[in-house]
Design a protein around this ligand. Structure first.
Ligand code: PEP
Ligand code: MN
Length: 331
């Protein structure tokens, strides 16, 4: 059962009642709304006040479309994720230098991209690979934002870095390898920034949505889901792009669902075709890696588009983005 209220007095009464009944419950405070998530079925609380009771059994009540039949719109600096919008987040895998990030950001803006991405803290499979520039990378991203106006999306690797990264970033990315880092997810509930949550390498939809639920249950309603490919037996592509995840998740949750065709394939030549597939399948946006010189990139060069290829991808997407409203999962 889930109870929602906007009234402070009702909230106090509801809490008192649940406590007096000895019920286990989780109180969630979102801007303008308080929720009591009460596991299992129970009789509606008998207290005075303005509240709504949802007799739900979803394991992820806050993220589910049962609670919010309308699909949510998440707004960041005047850009929107959700029905009617198709924002493109682009940039290098890693921030490497001022010249690299500024040149990339300018090309993204000129091509019509809305967000700049770039890793300052990198989750690398090998401890001997480049781990990111850290705070210096964040400063370079902030500088690129100043010059271009593009809001910044960047990954936070560890719970202890949330405040630092939130001081620079507009959206906090949780990488695939951290999707089930519950201490990090809880801290992001209190970060005061929208979260871009990537699907774990072998996560089911349910596990993915439960990870989003962690962030929401700890106070943050703004979670954007990102399908980035899953591990299968196929070796030709880095991962297997689960395109069905987009409409499937949109049926299960009101949260926006975007696609990352770069990590989903690991191959530059496959990024634009899958970006078109994302628009056609009704995704709520894209995350794409691009680099001024992919062959010299410090990470993920093989899947990074050149800046010219990025412009070409954006041009080819235009007619599909215009069409997508007719077949995207409805609000
Ligand atoms: C990235 O976005 O550069 C990244 C590390 O992605 P993922 O967590 O999906 O592997
Ligand atoms: Mn990458």
């Amino acid at each position: 059962m889930l109870i929602e209220t906007q009234c402070t007095e009702t909230r106090t009464r509801l809490r008192g009642l649940l406590e007096s009944q000895g019920r286990r419950f989780h109180e969630v405070e979102h801007p303008n709304q308080t929720y009591f998530v009460v596991p299992g079925q129970a009789a509606a609380p008998q207290v005075e006040g303005a509240f709504r009771v949802h007799a739900m059994e979803s394991p992820f009540p806050l993220a589910s479309r049962e609670l919010r039949p309308e699909r949510s719109v998440i707004s960041v600096n005047g850009f929107h994720f959700g029905p009617g919008h198709f924002p493109v987040i682009a940039g290098p895998c890693s921030v490497e230098s001022e010249e690299q990030i500024l040149r990339t950001a300018e090309a993204i803006r000129a091509a019509g991209g809305q967000f700049l991405r770039g890793g300052a803290f990198k989750p690398r499979t090998s401890p001997y690979e480049f781990q990111g520039l850290g705070e210096e990378g964040l400063q370079l991203l902030a500088k690129a934002r100043e010059e271009t106006g593009l809001p910044v999306v960047t990954e936070v690797l560890a719970e202890g870095d949330v405040c630092l990264v939130a001081a620079y970033a507009d959206v906090l990315q949780v990488g695939a390898r951290n999707m089930q880092n519950y201490a990090l997810l809880k801290a992001l509930g209190r970060a005061g920034r929208p979260v871009l949550l990537k699907r774990g390498l072998s996560a089911t939809f349910k596990e993915f949505l439960l990870a989003a639920e962690y962030v929401m249950a700890h106070g943050n309603p703004d979670v954007i889901l990102c399908e980035r490919g899953i591990r299968t037996f196929e070796q030709h592509t880095r991962n297997t792009c689960d395109i069905a995840a987009v409409p499937a998740l949109q049926e299960m949750t009101h949260l926006p669902v975007i696609l990352d065709p770069s990590h989903a394939t690991g191959r530059r030549s496959l990024v634009a075709p899958l970006a078109r597939a994302a628009a056609a399948v009704g995704a709520d946006g894209l995350l794409v890696e691009c680099h001024p010189k992919p062959e010299e990139a410090w990470s993920d060069g093989a899947q990074s588009l050149t800046l010219e290829e990025f412009r070409g991808m954006m041009e080819a997407l235009e007619p599909l983005v215009a069409l997508r409203e007719s077949f995207a999962v409805k609000a």
